[in-house]
Design a protein around this ligand. Structure first.
Ligand code: PLP
Length: 305
């Protein structure tokens, strides 16, 4: 049985961003709105989950097991996808069980995901979901999906991100990097003449090039560049500068960003544009990888959307 789970391309659009700075520096900036593909399973997470879900269903598993933090886009996406495909889901959550659940966790629970909380140390040794990590536990009947949809199957799904639209005219394709799974898929499917830029949201993640090469199963291609300057202090760290930028960006473009990934991505792109990093005539496609649910962890009123 070959199950081809649908991607949800219906609402996918490419939006133009008309910043003054894009005119002055004579570049075009467009945004691929993966945030619009599904109200919950948003952005790149569905693409990364797709082949894991299909494999789980094909192999007859009744349960999936996956991993994430209390605000994880992946956890809520996996919980919702599992519900849609009628398969049970267990989430291994990093850290102590909180007295009050985050929106993310309560949504995941409402979609029927069973949540297990484990210490940060223990979490770090199991998050990639190696079968052996769970051999002594009660999860033998589960199909394991690594944290964030990391891994080769995630790359296969991410390689379909660029297939929905004609993207041949773009000179640069830019996306945020967490685990590197998404950009590995992007660089696989971009044409060799297109430059692929990734903005890492982690601080000094020196292992990233090696990780991406291993996800690709190949040396890093020449058209891939990893930028490590826009992490704002590290994963999920933020500053007033970033939040102000996100509000300004929304006023200019009507496009909401999240503060963990796409806010940093667009901040980086706009700074690189104003520095003249992109040659005149460049056509930049930025990928909005979604993740807007994460903004619910911010106090209300900070963001104007
Ligand atoms: C998870 C996530 C990423 C990072 O994707 P990787 O494949 O882990 O590099 C980027 N943007 C958003 C919105 C995400 O939720």
């Amino acid at each position: 049985m070959d199950i081809n789970l649908p991607i949800y391309p219906g609402r996918l659009t490419i939006d133009k961003v008309e910043f003054c700075l894009t005119c002055e520096n004579r570049v075009k900036l467009h945004i691929l709105r993966l945030d619009k593909i599904h109200p919950v399973i948003s952005g790149n997470k569905w693409y990364k989950l797709k082949y894991y879900m299909a494999d789980a269903i094909n192999k007859g598993f009744k349960k999936i097991l996956t991993f994430g933090g209390a605000y994880s886009n992946h956890i809520v996406a996996a919980a919702c996808a599992a519900k849609e495909y009628n398969i049970n889901a267990t989430g291994i959550i990093r850290g102590e069980e909180p007295a009050v659940y985050s929106h993310t966790l309560s949504d995941a629970r409402d979609y029927g995901m069973e949540l297990h909380f484990i210490s940060r140390n223990e979490y770090n040794s199991v998050k990639r979901g190696a079968e052996t990590d769970f051999s002594n536990q009660n999860f033998k009947e589960h199909y394991l999906i690594p944290e964030g949809g990391y891994g080769r199957k995630g790359v296969m799904g991410a390689a379909e991100i660029l297939q929905n639209k004609d993207i041949s005219s773009y000179t640069h394709i830019v996306t945020a990097i967490g685990t590197g799974t998404t950009i590995a898929g992007i660089v696989k499917s971009a044409s060799p003449g297109q430059k692929v830029l990734g903005m890492s949201v982690m601080k000094n993640n020196s292992a990233l090039p090696v990780e991406i090469a291993s996800l690709l199963g190949d040396a890093l291609p020449d058209n891939l560049q990893i930028i490590q300057d826009y992490h704002f202090g590290g994963y999920a760290k933020k500053s007033q500068l970033l939040l102000d930028f996100m509000n300004r960006f929304y006023r200019l473009s009507n496009i909401p960003l999240d503060f963990v990934y796409t806010g940093k991505l667009m901040f980086g792109i706009s700074e690189l544009i104003s520095k003249g990093y992109f040659p005149p005539g460049s056509e930049i496609l930025a990928i909005h990888t979604g993740g807007l649910q994460g903004n619910r962890s911010l106090p209300s009123g900070i963001l104007e959307f």
